[in-house]
Design a binder for this molecule. Structure first.
Ligand SMILES: [Zn+2]
Length: 271
């Protein structure tokens, strides 16, 4: 189950979205982790702060191996922690394709990526910032789940969800801060890039107590999207080419066509 907490009115996220940046990491963080991205725009300059947290019984220990993705259309770097040997080429391709899908919502803009990959069950806390003219550099930490469907679904969903927030912000479109759309951006990318969405990769259930209002709002919207998506699932997943997948693809096109809404909040903002 995925629950992305990211805020848009200050960019917080698993990089998920909330209206304001959460004051602390919520207590019920799933094993997929928590991401927060906040941004400030000023005359074309973009300050972006990415924060990721993955829970685990022991701390991931480095140093990570750095790999630069080749033959892809985006600038992507992987930081791979000891203990795992991911398929680098496939991982790069999935990140690249997911970013391209997110760009369908807000064309003409792009992002750079650093993806920190940690063995399943190990914890890490990552905080990075970038500052550039009309360019953003997103840092995301992901768990290398042993289950391939879950591992790839989570990665593609996370990249698309957070990219959606950032590009919406750069485009000055208020939809970029709307978690409902952001969760759909993740699902739409999974459907196109991976061809199926297992129910384990759908957004999560609502949170109860112990979280702040923006985080709760984000999780409520995740649950709404989850309920809508479950109607399209058959035998445990939504598959491209089946009725559920075709209905989701149409929904994605429909949402992508929704008229842009001006974003008057040009100050600090998170998703
Ligand atoms: Zn979000």
């Amino acid at each position: 189950m995925i629950w992305r907490t990211s805020c848009v009115l200050v960019f917080c996220s698993f990089m998920g979205a909330c209206a304001l940046q959460p004051k602390s990491i919520p207590p019920q963080v799933s094993s997929a982790g928590y991401t927060s991205v906040s941004s400030t725009l000023l005359a074309g300059w973009i300050y972006l702060r990415s924060e990721s947290y993955l829970p685990g019984s022991n701390l991931a220990s480095g140093p990570p191996e750095i790999k630069t993705c080749e033959s892809v259309t985006h600038r992507i770097q992987l930081e791979i922690y000891p203990g795992i040997e991911p398929d680098v080429e496939r991982t790069c391709r999935n990140i690249d394709a997911s970013a391209t899908e997110a760009e369908r919502w807000f064309p003409k803009h792009g992002t750079r990526y650093s993806v920190i990959i940690v063995p399943e069950g190990q914890s890490i806390s990552v905080s990075r910032w970038s500052f550039g003219y009309r360019s953003a550099h997103l840092a995301l930490a992901v768990a290398a789940f042993g289950n391939q469907e879950r591992r790839e679904g989570n990665l593609v969903d996370l990249v698309a969800h957070e990219t959606f927030h950032i590009l919406g912000r750069i485009a000055g479109d208020a939809r970029g801060q709307d978690e409902y759309y952001a969760y759909y951006a993740g699902l739409c990318a999974q459907l196109v890039v991976l061809g199926s969405i297992p129910e384990s990769a759908l957004p999560g259930a609502p949170l109860q107590g112990g979280v702040d209002e923006p985080t709760r709002a984000s999780s409520d919207l995740a649950y709404r999207v989850r309920r809508e998506a479950l109607l399209l699932s058959r035998d445990g997943s939504i598959k491209a080419g089946e009725d559920g997948g075709s209905a989701l693809a149409l929904r994605c096109i429909e949402l992508q066509k929704v008229t842009a809404r001006p974003d008057f909040n040009r100050g600090p903002n998170g998703s």
